[in-house]
Every structure is written in structure tokens, then in C-alpha cells.
Design a protein around this ligand. Structure first.
Ligand code: GRG
Length: 298
């Protein structure tokens, strides 16, 4: 059931991404090719699924596959574009220095470092252009969505989280520091995906608050599971280099709580997320998605 839903979300956002990528200018330089490579090599498309699932929890009918791109499609593509930019930049030699992403060579390995920097820059700006293409919602709603994504991804959100993460190497910081770091680095975008879905559905502040609370819990749960998978799963299954956190002496939930403690924390956060959405009109999809995130293998 949830697999079917995730596949449908994936198909929808990928159709939108391909249509939009086809509009990028081709030239003698490889920028458009490299941007397409970064987006097409794969990925679970979890953040797009959260956009669609938030809408489904507010009674959007996702079984209809509209001929034109909807606000949900453009919001889903925008958040995937920001997420992919963060991965491309995170893999650079100055950051995590990784060779493998989504089971394929990282962008700077496939092309070169300067191209990978430009791909990240391009994806970041492009995400906001995608949002501005929404023409079936009032302009103030689109503006709120632009602000939402900018705050979640920029110096108040994901980028601040990344900066905190780079400081958390080689030192044993506190649980509070780790929570703050991951709420920003990973959680802010996950929460934002749900809120973008809510904006597309014209949801009110109460529904946005419920979806934000779910996003906070599930975002942290996602990261705890990421830390667990880093020590329990091989690189082929993960599609990225396993064991890197340990090797870099990174502060992780496994280091802080031990493997069993981290597993218990993931279950606790999953239960918290599921409990938070009970009052939404159709919470089942978010309940199943929480279980999927908590029990994922890659
Ligand atoms: C470089 C500005 C900047 C930010 C980077 C999110 C992030 C901040 C770095 C990613 C590094 C990382 C491994 C974070 C752990 C959690 C995470 C975001 C994993 C990747 O997300 P998935 O598993 O990836 O959803 P796919 O490939 O499936 O889309």
C-alpha cells in the first residue's frame, strides 16, 4: 500500500522534473547535462512524497493524474531540487568528500569540482523558479511558499545545520546539540515539504501546525535511522559510502545512545509522529509513511 503510494509520488515528481529539465538551455558547456545527471541518478524522492502525502492527509485525491503540472508537482520538484543541491555540495571535497551518491559517482567525480559547485548553485535557484511557476494559487500563497522554502533551506535552516555539523567532528557534544543540528540540517527540509503540501491545499494555521509537529518528529526519526544505517548497512544497499560517520569521528545518535538506544529513539519518534496527526481528515498515509521512514533499509 505505502510502496504503491511512494511509487506514484515518485512517478509524478519525476515527470515534472523531466519536463522542466527539458526546458533548460543546452550549450557547449555541460551544465544542463550535469544538473540532469544529479537529479536523474535516483533517490527515494522522500521529500516530494511528503509534499503529496501532506496533501493526501488533507483529502487531496492523488489518484487523478492531471494533464498539467499542479502546485503539488511544482512544490515537490522544488524541494527535490533543493535536497539534491544539498547532496551535491555535501559530497564535495571541502565537505564530506564522497565518491558515491545514489549508487553512482558523485557529481564532482562524474564531471569536476567546479561543475558540481555550479550544479548546486543552479539547483538552488531553479527550485525557487519552479515555485514561481505555480499559477493556480493566489500570489500571496506562492510568496508564502517561497518564504517557507527559503527559511527551511537557508541560513536559518539546512545550511545552518550543515555548519553546526561541520563543527561536530572529533568532539563529543551534547544530545541537545545533536538534536538542534539535525532538526536544522535534515529536519527543516522534511518539515518544509509537509508545509508546502499544506499550502497547496489552502490549509489553515492549525493544520500547518499539526503537519509541522509531524515533520519535526519524523525528520529527527529519519536522521536517527540514517545514523543507524551508517553502521549496520553496506555501501551497495545505501547507495553511498557506509561507515563514514564513524571514520570521521562524527557525533551521531549511535555514538550518543549506542545502537540499541538509537533504535529505541527512532521508535519513540515514530510513535510521536503518528500520534500527532490523529485529528487530520485522512491521517493514514502519514501513519504508514512514518513506519516506512522508521523501518527503511536505505
Ligand atoms: C551542503 C548546504 C549543504 C547542506 C547539506 C542535508 C545535508 C546538508 C547533507 C546531506 C548529508 C547527509 C548524508 C545527511 C543525512 C541525512 C540525509 C539528508 C540523507 C540523504 O537523504 P535521502 O536518504 O537521500 O532521502 P536520497 O538519495 O534518497 O534522496
Amino acid at each position: 500500500m505505502i510502496e504503491q503510494h511512494l511509487n506514484a509520488c515518485k512517478a509524478r515528481v519525476e515527470a515534472c522534473l523531466v519536463a522542466q529539465l527539458n526546458q533548460l538551455p543546452r550549450s557547449e558547456v555541460q551544465l544542463a547535462d550535469a544538473v540532469a545527471y544529479s537529479l536523474k541518478v535516483g533517490g527515494k524522492r522522500l521529500r516530494p512524497a511528503l509534499v503529496y502525502s501532506a496533501a493526501a492527509s488533507l483529502r487531496a485525491d492523488l489518484t487523478l493524474f492531471p494533464p498539467n503540472l499542479t502546485p503539488l508537482d511544482l512544490a515537490a520538484a522544488a524541494i527535490e531540487s533543493i535536497h539534491t543541491y544539498s547532496l551535491v555540495h555535501d559530497d564535495l571535497p571541502a565537505m564530506d568528500n564522497d565518491d558515491l551518491r545514489r549508487g553512482q559517482p558523485t557529481v564532482h567525480r562524474q564531471y569536476d569540482e567546479a561543475t558540481a559547485i555550479l550544479v548546486g548553485d543552479a539547483l538552488q535557484a531553479w527550485a525557487f523558479e519552479l515555485l514561481t511557476q505555480i499559477d493556480t494559487l493566489p500570489a500571496d500563497k506562492v510568496l508564502a511558499m517561497v518564504k517557507e522554502l527559503a527559511q527551511a533551506s537557508g541560513p536559518k535552516g539546512m545550511v545552518l545545520g550543515q555548519a553546526l555539523d561541520m563543527r561536530a567532528t572529533g568532539v563529543f557534544e551534547s544530545a541537545d546539540y545533536l538534536k538542534q543540528l539535525h532538526s536544522l540540517k535534515t529536519g527543516a527540509l522534511i518539515r518544509s515539504a509537509l508545509r508546502l503540501g499544506a499550502y497547496c491545499m489552502n490549509a489553515g494555521p492549525k493544520e500547518r501546525r499539526v503537519l509541522s509537529a509531524y515533520g519535526d518528529a519524523i525528520g529527527l526519526c529519519f536522521q536517527v535511522v540514517d545514523d543507524i544505517l551508517d553502521v549496520t548497512t553496506d555501501s551497495a544497499t545505501l547507495g553511498k559510502t557506509a561507515g563514514k560517520d564513524q571514520e570521521a569521528d562524527k557525533l551521531t545518535y549511535v555514538k550518543l545512545l549506542g545502537l540499541e538506544g538509537a533504535k529505541a529513539e527512532a521508535q519513540h519518534l515514530c510513535a510521536q509522529a503518528k500520534a500527532s496527526v490523529g485529528d487530520l481528515p485522512n491521517p493514514q498515509v502519514l501513519v504508514e509513511l512514518a513506519d516506512y521512514i522508521c523501518n527503511r533499509a536505505n
